[in-house]
Write a protein that binds this ligand. Structure first.
Ligand SMILES: [Zn+2]
Length: 278
């Protein structure tokens, strides 16, 4: 993606007169865009041909710092092409300071590094999957309710040192609290003890959209299992690089990091609703 694709996009714009229409949407950095087209058409994002389902549904996601102008290309059965443009609203991200992280976690030794690389490769390959399911197209639910202790995109400082931004939403809850699948999914990764993320689950919602749960104390499902929205899949823990028990829920569209909170109602509304129902 990036500059290379943008210049190709500009060329296409010049050739396909009047075909590129900026669509007015409420998309932002970190959001997921679900589109519809004729199922006979191809959809390309940069050099990636993305899956179009039988009913014409396709999806793409935009990273934390994604360029505000995004393009995709429709290729019709007769070979004609049309460039589409999506405008993203910019986001502002918080700064979060975390102290008290163990030295071994801050400065992994060479053995740890070997392990971390191997784990990262396995996580990446789970996120590369492109399953035909369209579970992402239905509304998501929160995996649990509780105070939000970390938000998507915040710039993090661990023991004063700047580190990668935080990509998940953290919900604080005691160890052992049950967490449910936020949408139907196929479990593509289930490991009890990764170096940074501890007990880790990856749930695939189709077309490259996946949820990851981190720092779990207990996994209740296995890789390959099909789970339903609302099904208990794991328990909250404090495993990996954490300072206390919480669920870290992350979402991806392939390698692009998505903000899960854009797919669910505000936590305050869900908690208020729970009180009414009790
Ligand atoms: Zn987190």
């Amino acid at each position: 993606m990036g500059v290379k694709w943008l210049s190709v996009g500009a060329l296409l714009l010049a050739f396909v007169a009047g075909a590129a229409v900026a669509e007015a949407t409420s998309l932002t950095q970190g959001s997921l865009y679900i589109g519809r087209t004729d199922s006979a058409n191809q959809v390309w994002v940069g050099k990636r041909r993305i899956r179009v389902s039988d009913n014409g549904t396709f999806v793409m996601g935009f990273d934390r710092d994604a360029p505000l102008q995004q393009h995709y290309r429709l290729v019709f059965p007769d070979g004609r092409e049309e460039l589409k443009t999506l405008e993203l609203a910019p986001r502002e991200y918080r700064i979060q300071r975390i102290e008290g992280i163990a030295k071994r976690i801050m400065q992994p030794n060479s053995e740890d590094l070997v392990r971390i690389r191997a784990e990262n490769a396995r996580v990446r390959s789970a996120r590369k999957q492109d399953l035909a399911h369209q579970f992402f197209a239905k509304p998501f639910i929160w995996p649990l309710t509780g105070p939000i202790s970390g938000v998507y995109g915040s710039q993090r400082f661990y023991n004063g040192e700047p580190r990668r931004p935080h990509y998940g939403v953290d919900v604080a809850a005691p160890t052992g609290t049950r967490v449910v699948a936020p949408a139907d999914a196929v479990i593509t990764f289930a490991e009890p003890d990764l170096f940074f993320s501890g007990g880790t689950l990856i749930m695939d919602h189709g077309h490259g959209v996946s949820s990851s749960f981190l720092h779990l104390s207990r996994l209740l499902v296995k890789a390959g299992e099909r789970v339903k929205q609302g099904q208990v899949v794991a328990e909250v823990g404090a495993t990996g690089r954490v300072t206390g028990p919480h669920l870290d829920w992350r979402m991806n569209w392939f390698e692009q990091r998505i903000d899960p909170t854009l797919l669910v109602p505000p936590m305050s509304e869900v908690i208020a609703q729970e009180r009414v129902e009790r």
